[in-house]
Design a protein around this ligand. Sequence first.
Ligand SMILES: Nc1ccn([C@@H]2O[C@H](COP(=O)(O)OP(=O)(O)OP(=O)(O)O)[C@@H](O)[C@H]2O)c(=O)n1
Ligand SMILES: C[C@](O)(CO)[C@H](O)COP(=O)(O)O
Length: 231
Amino acid sequence: MKEYALIVAGGKGTRIKSKTPKQFLELEGLPVLMHTILAFYRYSESIQIILVLPADDFATWESLCAQYGFYKPVVLQQGGDTRFQSVKNGLEKIEGDGLVAIHDGVRPLVHEDIIGASFRLAAVHQSAVAAVRLKESIRITDQDTTKAMDRSRFRLIQTPQTFQVGMIRRAYAQKEDDTLTDDASVAERAGHSISLFEGSYENIKITTPEDLVVAAALLKSRKDGYKKDKS
Ligand SMILES: Nc1ccn([C@@H]2O[C@H](COP(=O)(O)OP(=O)(O)OP(=O)(O)O)[C@@H](O)[C@H]2O)c(=O)n1
Ligand SMILES: C[C@](O)(CO)[C@H](O)COP(=O)(O)O
């Protein structure tokens, strides 16, 4: 089955408070987004990648590619005002059927094994969504009270979120609302059940400034590990 990766990097990065869009910040010698794209190519050289960026950032991307000598093929598409719209625009670039792994451009630590697991599971169940268990206690709150909850019943949801192309394209034809914060919610609202699989605590989303420190440390430890294996 044909495999696509739809990498969304059309956001503004308001929570990170950086002048440079977070997807372009350099980590361990490469912009965040290039680490993400390389992870998908490590999984498969034949995957087709659709990269969603704000139209205003196309020129920046081209010049970063020239600067870093990065010539991995991607199909560019322009983003929208929300993640929902960016994914929807990206899906338009897929012509045939197959499976699509939708992934946040700002999750550069995704491992090729996680990507592979998502495609294998989605081939059987139509959907495969990476998730991890909570490491901390959890309480539900309203204005006046709080109440302990059973953490074993909750999961933190990551990307990749992988789907059969026709199914997720039809799901994205529905009306957008603020509660549809990820692709699993969109598919679920359209009536599909969602299959989860074990993600990874390393697969962080770069959202606030301290995430950059953690991501840099994790990338460095992987690079050091790789050097050790080769020596
Ligand atoms: N209009 C948007 C909004 C978000 N995204 C992408 O969706 C992923 C997850 O979004 P988030 O981390 O929230 O990114 P931003 O929207 O950029 O950040 P913030 O919410 O802090 O502004 C990111 O890779 C981001 O670029 C997108 O493609 N188009
Ligand atoms: C898609 C996502 O990364 C799954 O955890 C998340 O829902 C994006 O949320 P954000 O608030 O737009 O960062």
